[in-house]
Design a protein around this ligand. Structure first.
Ligand code: MTE
Length: 311
């Protein structure tokens, strides 16, 4: 089974953001003292009381090295190796997120203030890219719903819009019009509030590296990877469906919903199978599942909708 039962969450498996910060400091100090065994290992949250989420899959994890070196982050270039090589130039602390639009608590929040009262969880999710490859990633993050509820959206807020930093001084490919910058994305409010949707701050028990969208990126596990916008600086509550970057670039090829669906091919390739990163280039491809395997959790969001038209 992909996902365990929600009722399995235990209070003592939870930690809040402050505990999480303290733990991070402990790890940093340990590293500073040269405790090689400790600092060298990727400390698993289980031993440090970060919530082991019932929403996690038990499938084999993709190696940390693969997750952090095979990336899409076009602000740093179009090659998979560009983000690791060039994203170091992005300064991620301090980091401000501007909350705008139809809500009672708009404002500019520094990242710590935005996340402080919230519970950090480990969520091991499948990640399926529209290009036909997939990974299994142990994210750390907070439910997006928790952040949204703090901002008290009004009844006019029907969608949530997100924007990535676009600074040509820090992002070397912004000067090329590969995409229309800033990178933007959006979710319908019920998708944004769905318990599977998270804002990720880390992976494998560590802070996100810049190439993975530090310090804050969206993760929506039943959708193609391009929905999971990186390095978020703006969250806006809006009334109508926002435009998203890949749809802007080619609306026949990329839609707003981007739900993983083996029956809806990309105009230029099939979506029936996926190459599991780390399993060897020549190994058998795996069958892609509707909603990336999260059908039981999310199919009801789209009941009555033509998924071929609303791709
Ligand atoms: N966010 C921004 N700002 N810029 C990007 O180019 N690429 C998207 C998504 N978020 C992208 C982005 C795509 S196409 C994918 S598949 C995932 O990030 C890749 O995430 P990863 O590199 O952490 O695997």
């Amino acid at each position: 089974m992909l996902i365990r039962n929600n009722s399995e969450i235990k209070e003592n498996q939870v930690t809040d953001y402050q505990d999480y910060q303290k733990r991070r400091e402990f790890i940093k100090t340990a590293a500073g003292l040269g405790l090689a065994a400790l600092s060298g290992s990727l400390i698993q949250p289980a031993s440090a009381k970060i919530l082991k989420s019932p929403y996690s899959t038990s499938e084999k994890l993709t190696d940390y090295e693969d997750i952090t070196s095979y990336n899409n982050f076009y602000e740093f270039g179009t090659s998979k190796s560009d983000p690791k090589r060039y994203a170091k130039a992005m300064k991620t602390s301090p980091w401000t997120v501007s909350v705008e639009g139809h809500c009672e608590k708009p404002g500019k929040y520094n990242l710590e203030d935005l996340l402080k009262p919230l519970t950090v969880e480990e969520r091991i999710y499948r990640f399926r890219c529209v290009e036909g490859w997939s990974m299994v990633i142990p994210w750390l993050g907070v439910p997006l719903a928790d952040v949204i509820k703090r901002m008290k959206p009004t009844s006019r807020a029907k969608f949530v819009y997100f924007e990535t930093l676009a600074d040509p001084k820090q992002m070397r490919a912004i000067k090329h019009q590969i995409l229309d910058w800033p990178y933007v994305e959006g979710l319908r409010m019920d998708e944004a509030l769905h318990p599977l949707t998270i804002l990720a701050t880390g992976l494998y028990g560590k802070d996100l590296l810049n190439q993975n969208g530090a310090p804050l990126r969206l993760v929506v596990p039943w959708k193609y990877g391009f929905k999971s916008i990186k390095s978020i600086v703006k969250i806006r509550f809006v009334e109508s469906q926002p435009m998203n970057t890949w749809r802007k670039s080619s609306q026949d090829e990329y839609g707003f919903y981007a739900n993983v669906n083996p029956d809806v091919p990309h105009p230029r390739w099939s979506q029936r199978r996926e190459r599991v990163i780390g399993s060897g280039f020549f190994s058998r491809k795996k069958k892609t599942r509707l909603f990336n395997g999260y059908e039981d959790q999310v199919a009801s969001l789209y009941s009555g909708m033509d998924l071929g038209k609303n791709f």
